[in-house]
Design a protein around this ligand. Structure first.
Ligand code: BDP
Length: 592
């Protein structure tokens, strides 16, 4: 889906603000047709934000099922154009009504959707927007979950991922206008030829008689132009997009009366002899797995936090991150392009592994892949998440790898059957970028069954924390043994560490440098770094996690997951300074 952009032919109006809100205590609002009339007995709820932490009421925080949002909007003048309503994301399911009429149903909590509402509203007139939001996860949702009842008969949502199931209207809501005949998609693929950039483009604009394009540089000078819906252009003396250098161009597309500006960067990505090459140069990933998680807002997108987080990452000398464990807000992807950050872009397929349920995530006793659990239908939902993510993010130069799942079960024949077609879905949707998945520690190379479908090996490893807790000598030996085995079995595939590091209580100091202390975080992460430095096949270190984040309560979680390099309010733990020294030195050496 195309990003929201204003242009000569497109105007948008933001509907963010304070909406009316109501919890649907017994989840009966759809049957009772709450959307027919304005909601009654409402309270205030900011948009965008997760609703969970806004009020002080546990009934709101813990509600399982539907909540309702509503506001009035005034239609802008749209004349003969179409008027659409667009949501950046609603987690996890949304039904949208305009003046009581359903216009959209969308399942999947982390990607945008829109609806044409032209025929339901009038220029300049007020109308009612009602959104029913459902936070329930089931076996056929991505991520998966299931619901049980407690002794009192209340629903309890269970899931296998280690972050809190925040819900609500998480990203901005807009109205926008566009001509009836319009640009509905564009794919841009770039290459480098000497000092020139080669720009292949393919526009979809159904019914358009005339399609033309021009490439504009950052100062809006035209540097190339073409006729027709697809073609190849040359940009002489191209300013390449590169790590640390957010050089961007715009492909301005004109399709009859519609004008759509698509930003892109000229760069290449390639894997060769164990190395990850960007613009033909070996790239080493320094950074983190992150979360969209913040105080009070939960998973609501917030530009203040976004810009601050990037400042903090730059302070530390990071050059990359993974969108663990779901697609991030479009604003974040745009900003990563601009800042020259390198991104591993992940689908919301997290927790497809009932083997690690156990004590941590509060559920166990299921088989991951079966007719009654994650089945064909789940696989199709998963496939659509991959397609939709790639459709949304394919023109972002920052994205260099698609990660189709985090820590799924991959040590069974059933997992091989499940993942083979999904790897293909990703490759068909984008033949230009490497595809991978993020591997869990239970899937060591001797038992893992799907790495041959992928281009890179991405490992989450907790040596010295969940395993050999506190014993770094054994941890290091285990890590080295495992790495040797991966390299032996998969020669040529580069290895990126996508998670490592222990929970660390900020302020907990210890002369004996034991687990949970700030000293232990330094030692554990330092041990990993020492090992990485010995292996040229390791081309990246993304520690877990950028910042502490909220989870479901559990005996292994203290007010959430504490593996942050920074606290939840983005203050450095002592390890952050150590890693900063390392990363700034590496940056100096690598030049990015
Ligand atoms: C891995 C998951 C991540 C968890 C992390 C942890 O990928 O989501 O938060 O471990 O345990 O299993 O901290």
């Amino acid at each position: 889906m195309l990003a929201l952009r204003d242009s000569l032919s497109r105007n948008s109006k933001c509907l963010d603000g304070v909406w009316d809100f109501k919890v649907d205590t017994d989840n009966s609002g759809v049957e009772e047709r709450w959307f027919d009339k304005p909601l009654t007995d409402t309270r205030s709820m900011p948009v965008p934000a997760s609703y969970n932490d806004i009020t002080t009421e546990i009934e709101v925080h813990d509600h399982v099922g539907l909540v309702w949002y509503e506001r009035e909007a005034i239609a802008p003048r749209f004349g003969d154009d179409r008027l659409l309503i667009r949501f950046g994301s609603v987690t996890h399911e949304a039904q949208v009504y305009i003046n009581g009429k359903e216009v959209a149903y969308h399942k999947g909590g982390y990607l945008p959707f829109e609806a044409d509402i032209t025929d339901l509203v009038k220029d300049g007139e007020p109308f009612r927007v009602t959104v029913a939001v459902d936070n329930r996860l089931g076996w056929q949702s991505i991520p998966p979950g299931y619901i049980t009842q407690d002794e009192a008969g209340n629903d309890q949502q269970k899931y296998w991922h280690d972050f809190y199931n925040y819900a609500g209207i998480h990203r901005s809501v807009h109205l926008y206008t566009r001509p009836e005949v319009h640009v509905s998609d564009v794919t841009i693929v770039t290459d480098i030829d000497g000092s020139a950039g080669v720009v292949k483009y393919d526009v979809v604009a159904e019914g358009a008689k005339n399609v033309s394009v021009r490439v504009l540089d950052a100062e809006r000078n035209e540097v190339a132009a073409g006729e027709g819906a697809s073609g190849e252009l040359r940009v002489e003396n191209a300013k390449l997009w590169a790590p640390g250098e957010g050089n961007l161009y715009t492909l301005e597309i004109t399709a009859d009366d519609d004008v759509y500006p698509q930003r892109f960067g000229i760069r290449t990505v390639e894997i060769k002899d164990n190395q990850f090459l960007i613009n033909g140069k070996p790239f080493y990933f320094r950074g983190y797995g992150r979360h969209e998680d913040n105080l009070i807002r939960g998973k609501g997108h917030d530009n203040v936090m976004m810009v601050h987080d990037f400042e903090v990452m730059k302070w530390q000398g990071a050059n990359s991150f993974r969108t663990s464990h779901y697609p991030y807000a479009e604003e974040v992807m745009d900003y990563a392009d601009e800042q020259g950050f390198v991104v591993i872009d992940e689908t919301p397929a997290v927790g497809l592994n009932m083997g690690i349920g156990g004590g941590i995530f509060g559920a166990q006793g299921f088989v991951t892949f079966s007719e009654d659990t994650a089945n064909k239908e789940t696989q199709e939902v998963h496939a659509n998440e991959i397609r939709d993510l790639i459709a949304r993010d394919k023109n972002h130069p920052c994205v260099v790898i698609w990660s189709i799942a985090n820590e799924p079960e991959t040590n069974t024949d059933a997992s091989r059957e499940y993942f083979e077609p999904l790897a293909k879905v990703a490759r068909d949707a984008d033949p230009t970028r490497p595809v991978g998945y993020v591997n869990v520690m239970l899937s060591t190379p001797d038992v893992e069954k799907i790495t041959d479908f992928f281009d890179v090996i991405m490992l989450n490893r907790y040596y010295g924390w969940y395993f050999q807790t506190g014993h770094l000598g054994d941890a290091e030996a285990g890590l080295r043994r495992e790495l040797d085995e991966w390299i032996k079995r998969y020669p040529g595939k580069p290895i990126i560490f996508t998670e490592y590091g222990p929970d660390t209580m900020p302020g907990l100091k210890d002369y004996f440098r034991r687990p949970w202390s700030e000293e232990f975080q330094e030692d554990n992460i330092g041990m990993f770094h020492k090992v990485f430095d010995d292996y040229p096949e390791v081309v990246g270190e993304q520690m877990w996690n950028f910042a502490d984040f909220q989870t479901t309560p559990g005996t292994m979680r203290v007010g959430g997951n504490k593996k942050g390099m920074f606290t939840r309010d983005r203050l450095p733990k002592s390890n952050a300074y150590k890693v900063r020294d390392r990363w700034l030195a590496m940056k100096e050496k690598q030049g990015n």
